[in-house]
Design a protein around this ligand. Structure first.
Ligand SMILES: Cc1cc2nc3c(=O)[nH]c(=O)nc-3n(C[C@H](O)[C@H](O)[C@H](O)COP(=O)(O)OP(=O)(O)OC[C@H]3O[C@@H](n4cnc5c(N)ncnc54)[C@H](O)[C@@H]3O)c2cc1C
Length: 414
């Protein structure tokens, strides 16, 4: 198989680079916006006194960059032409993602919240493939920022295996309106602070582990009974990842997103669109991390910065070989719809996530041993490696400026 990049893709990367230099860099450099990307970035981006949420000015800046990219015809690259897109393939998206991440931190692309001037818009694909006519009408608004639909799949007790979930929905009638009553709890529901809706997955029939019987609902985020319980503080702040409870939330029939009992297809649609691109981004960022780490070691400055500590934890060669293996996996998407592509998707998904709790700032990350260092995508701000007393393995403990830090219900200790 020929793994060389198609010439029109290489030409498009050049076009994107020229657009970034012409329109995005000047915005990044204006009004001290660089504070959002340099050593001050965590403080510039985070409203620490407001739950650790992203500051408004940070989010407005990202929106401005997206609007410029939309005007120039790049933001919608991956979506169908009928919505102003270019029908961009997953392969092209993966290559663009890797290319952007390799350029380093910037307003063109930010791995922390998946902002990019070439939009990752899996919800548009879901609305297009599974939405009713009314739901499809939300597509334009969801690209332009009028609608923000979060993805409510993961739960406190269930992540990788989406066929297990505690959240339940049962048919109900309220004020003569037929609909569904939903109860449950979701976790890491990114973006709830600005959400208009949540694409919420609930079991409506069948047993734990059944692929059938899960249904997706488009739940208005401000419905009675929807409550953000806690924002999960992450190594890399700000956070917009809450634990959300749904208590007797009533939605009418037209909130159904796709068919009753077939919701798992929508969940798969999201992750198939999304995860390979995250893996590609990690590939782009990995060499940067590696090189930064080795540069510091070479100049014998014993470092303090954590991401770098983490990067050095695994020998350069091993990391590079893992990158190559992942790249080979990504390349399998050259063969669309093959079994190999499915396997590649799974492999890449595994490599770009270590379980949500691995990102939480309030927990020791015992899973992140040297062998499974965190994804090289923007990661820990300040992490220390210590010995894990009970398991005899290394763990990373998050340390902050203050010895004890209260965040939500949980405590972080040195
Ligand atoms: C920053 C962030 C944002 C997120 N945003 C969202 C969101 O918007 N919506 C949403 O629904 N979810 C979101 N998630 C959750 C994410 O999708 C889950 O963390 C992920 O699915 C893994 O689930 P888990 O955290 O329960 O980990 P687990 O399922 O507990 O997995 C822990 C580890 O075990 C491994 N593992 C699990 N099962 C197996 C197995 N059978 N064989 C081998 N290894 C296995 C995993 O690969 C992982 O390394 C987010 C997570 C993070 C960190």
């Amino acid at each position: 198989m020929d793994f060389n990049l198609p010439t029109d893709l290489v030409a498009y990367l050049d076009e994107l680079d020229r657009f970034i230099a012409r329109e995005i860099k000047p915005l990044e450099e204006a009004d001290d916006n660089i504070r959002f990307f340099d050593h001050r970035r965590e403080w510039a981006r985070t409203d620490f006194e407001n739950g650790g949420l992203p500051r408004r000015e940070w989010e407005l800046l990202l929106r401005k960059a997206k609007d410029l990219a939309d005007k120039a015809g790049h933001l919608r690259f991956a979506i169908p032409k009928r919505y102003g897109g270019k029908d961009g393939s997953n392969l092209w998206m993966a290559v663009i993602r890797e290319h952007f991440a390799a350029k380093g931190l910037g307003l063109h692309n930010d791995l922390q919240n998946e902002h990019s001037i070439v939009g990752n818009l899996p919800l548009v694909t879901m609305l297009d493939r599974y939405g009713s006519a009314e739901q499809k009408a939300m597509i334009e608004g969801s690209i332009a920022g009028k609608y923000r639909i979060t993805f409510g799949l993961t739960e406190p007790e269930h992540g990788s295996d989406a066929t297990h979930m505690e959240t339940r929905a049962v048919p109900a009638t309220r004020d003569n309106v037929k609909g569904w009553l939903i109860n449950g709890e979701k976790m890491w529901t990114t973006g709830m602070h600005v959400a208009t809706h949540c694409a919420l997955f609930a079991r409506t029939s069948g047993n734990d582990g059944d692929a059938r019987g899960i249904t997706c609902f488009l739940v208005p985020a401000r419905s009675d009974g929807v409550k953000v319980e806690q924002y999960m503080w992450t190594f890399n702040m700000p956070t917009d990842h809450p634990r959300v409870s749904f208590s007797d939330v009533f939605v009418p029939e037209d909130a159904l997103f796709g068919e009753v009992g077939r919701g798992l297809s929508l969940a798969q649609c999201f992750v198939h669109e999304n995860r390979i691109r995250q893996a590609a981004s990690s590939l782009g960022a990995a060499p940067c991390r590696c090189m930064a780490a080795w540069a510091i070691r070479d100049t014998s400055r014993s470092s303090t910065s954590t991401a770098i500590t983490v990067a050095t934890a695994s020998p350069k060669a091993a990391r590079k070989s893992r990158c190559e293996r992942s790249r080979a996996s990504c390349s399998a998407i050259w063969e669309p719809a093959s079994d190999e592509a499915e396997v590649a998707d799974r492999l890449c998904t595994r490599r770009c996530r270590h379980g949500g709790d691995g990102s939480a700032r309030d927990r020791p990350v015992s899973t992140q041993s040297a062998a499974t260092a965190p994804s090289p995508a923007e990661r820990p701000h300040d992490v220390r490696r210590v010995n894990h007393p009970s398991r005899g393995c290394r763990k990373y403990v998050c340390s902050l400026a203050r010895p004890i830090y209260q965040c939500g219900n949980s405590r972080v200790t040195r």
